[in-house]
Design a binder for this molecule. Structure first.
Ligand SMILES: Cc1ncc(COP(=O)(O)O)c(C=O)c1O
Length: 482
């Protein structure tokens, strides 16, 4: 027993009391186990409860009590009742996953240990687990032994981190120290279908919108590699210094994989940095069946790979992996004597040298544990299941004359629209259908616009979703559309 603990106020002692934790924890696990049962069996009333932002504002107290007043279980139930239920098999919306319950338990451990690994001392285990996971992912990419990386908070930050390294590598001077020079006109060629975080990263980096050089896509929304030369020459003739190409592996809207081999060869020809945004699609590397979608990814200088999308992990947990270990130190060159003792490269274990964050979640721990417990094959089988299911769904849509597919799905993202006879505003109809379905709460789906045509968009990300759920979705769209 440590000395003088008797002087600690009872309210503080009680908040940290193991018995209080045990009692609350048992209650919590019971509530969550019931929730998993209800959500995954589809017996909840709504996928997304139809509560507007203004109504939600009214449902929660403005004033926080000065004295103990809140009931833990009531607050949890309020959160569960009013949230979007990603564990529901009829959640087929954005690319946020139905997390593995075991991963959620790991998050609890992460929250309690709070070993935020800015530096090794503050998160010794999770620092090393990051390295182990990066090693496994690098192997799947096909990188050699001189590779390195780390985890960061989301694909958006991952893209920024990788592109900062690309900027440092291609600027021709120490842009991190000297800042952007007006004369340099650095630019990055990006797929017309790139995620908005790529453009945002270039603007955050001070390169401006001018730096974004879009490469047109083909009819299936893959970057059109026949347009690379022309786009590059035009940008160069306009005085821009193209330093990199950012490719989709795969794209957000339609899940289209760019031809990484051809883009890699083009980058080699002109000495450009090659960045592959695999936030959604890099997980297909785990699948024997779908790995070929990423042929050529080993040519990329940097890869971003979210485990909170297609590896069933809770948000956020993104790997940023560099072909050349040295590049992983190029994004940031901050000196902070209160944190670091030596040069960044001598302190490979102090990851804040290389990440935007100082404090960050114990984000490698969830994936590492689940990979150990369930085995890597489990994750490959998951990819196969949802990619296959999406293709089966596409086949049904193609055979239905009242539906139109935007494009054959390459992965588990699918866009389609309902065609109603004599409807003058087919685009408006899709938006109305989505709104109505959401108001009923039977499914959660999203929408997108491609070449001026509106589509309903689904990401079939929950492994518990079945073809019957998807057939019911088409029936629901028909019913509402009529
Ligand atoms: C291709 C792609 N890149 C990046 C992102 C951004 O990832 P995050 O939401 O983890 O920031 C997304 C998100 O949907 C994406 O689809």
């Amino acid at each position: 027993m440590l000395k003088n603990q008797s002087k600690i106020p009872d309210s503080i002692k009680n908040a940290f009391a193991p018995d209080e934790f045990r009692a609350n924890g048992h209650k919590l696990i019971d509530i969550l186990a019931d929730y998993i049962q209800q959500a995954s069996s589809g017996s909840l009333d709504y996928v997304l409860p139809p509560v507007s932002p203004d109504e939600m504002l009214e449902l929660w107290d403005d004033k926080l009590p000065a004295e103990p007043a809140g009931n833990f279980t009531e607050i949890i139930k309020g959160v569960l009742d009013r949230s979007n239920h990603l564990l529901h098999p009829r959640y087929v919306g954005h690319q946020a996953t139905s997390p593995l319950p075991l991963a959620a338990l790991c998050s609890l451990i992460g929250a309690l240990l709070n070993n935020s690994n800015a530096i090794y001392e503050m998160g010794p285990v999770t620092t090393i687990l990051e390295k182990k996971l990066i090693g496994w992912m690098s192997g799947l990419i096909g990188y050699g032994s001189n590779t390195d990386g780390f985890f960061t908070s989301g694909g958006t930050l991952g893209n920024l981190t990788a592109l900062l390294a690309a900027r440092q590598s291609g600027a021709g001077y120490d842009i991190w120290t000297e800042g952007c020079k007006e004369s340099s006109k650095l630019a990055v060629m990006v797929s017309e279908q790139c995620h908005y975080s790529i453009k945002r990263a270039l603007q955050i980096m001070g390169l401006g919108e001018e730096a974004v050089v879009p490469v047109p896509c083909n009819e299936t929304f893959n970057l059109d590699t026949d347009k690379l030369e022309e786009t590059y020459q035009k940008a160069t003739a306009n005085g821009k210094k193209v330093i990199a190409i950012a490719a989709n592996a795969c794209s957000t809207a339609t899940g289209s994989y760019d031809d990484l081999e051809a883009i890699g060869a083009f980058c080699e020809k002109y000495g450009l940095w090659f960045h592959a945004d695999g936030a959604h699609g890099a997980s297909a590397l785990i699948s024997d069946k779908y790995r070929t979608l990423l042929k050529g990814i080993h040519m990329a200088d940097s890869v971003v790979w979210d485990t909170h999308k297609m590896m069933l992990m809770p948000a956020l947990s993104t790997a940023v992996i560099f072909k050349n270990a040295d590049s992983s130190y190029e994004s940031f060159s901050q000196k902070a004597s209160y944190l670091f003792e030596k040069d960044a490269r001598e302190e490979w274990y102090n990851l804040a040298h290389r990440t935007m964050e100082c404090t960050k979640l114990m984000m490698s721990f969830n994936a590492y544990t689940c990979l150990c417990v369930y085995g890597t094959k489990f994750f490959g089988d998951y990819i196969d299941r949802v990619y296959d299911l999406t293709k089966e769904f596409a086949q049904i849509i193609s055979q239905s004359p009242d539906f139109e597919l935007a494009v054959e799905p390459e992965c588990n993202i699918i866009c389609f629209r309902y065609l109603k006879d004599q409807c003058m505003d087919i685009n408006g109809l899709q938006f109305k259908i989505r709104k109505k379905i959401l108001s009923e709460g039977s499914f959660y789906i999203v929408q997108t616009v491609l070449k001026d045509k509106a589509y309903l968009r689904c990401t079939i990300i929950n492994p518990l979703t079945t073809i019957d759920d998807l057939k019911d979705l088409l029936d629901k769209v028909r019913e509402v559309g009529q």
